[in-house]
Design a protein. Structure first.
Length: 111
């Protein structure tokens, strides 16, 4: 049997993939867990969705929310892009404040 997430071969009796740790089809069937994420055959991570999520974080968040169950790999790409964009924005803001505040304070002291 092959893992639906990473595609590596695992034992037929396995409840979890020993390579990536996700539940197998067998464990979902036995537990009657219909809400488990199942990757579709046409699902693949894409740098394009990551770039889209980076430049338009709200779109990346929406795609992550919409695709999370049906296309988990695509959703992860869009979500990671959005998350990286937000983190970069926060870091740039902190650096800008750290540079601007001392300049303003020195200018205020001169007058």
């Amino acid at each position: 049997m092959y893992c639906w997430n990473c595609g590596k071969e695992i034992e037929e009796e396995a409840f979890f993939c020993v390579h990536c740790g996700v539940k197998t089809d067998r464990s979902s069937y036995i537990n009657n867990n219909n809400n488990s994420k199942r990757a579709r055959e046409d699902d693949a991570s894409s740098a394009g969705y990551g770039v889209l999520g980076f430049f338009f974080p709200i779109v990346g968040l929406i795609l992550w929310l919409v695709w999370n169950n049906e296309y988990p790999k695509r959703a992860k790409s869009a979500g990671v892009g959005a998350l990286v964009s937000v983190l970069v924005g926060v870091v740039i803001s902190v650096i800008a404040v750290a540079i601007v505040v001392p300049i303003v304070m020195t200018g205020a002291l001169l007058y």
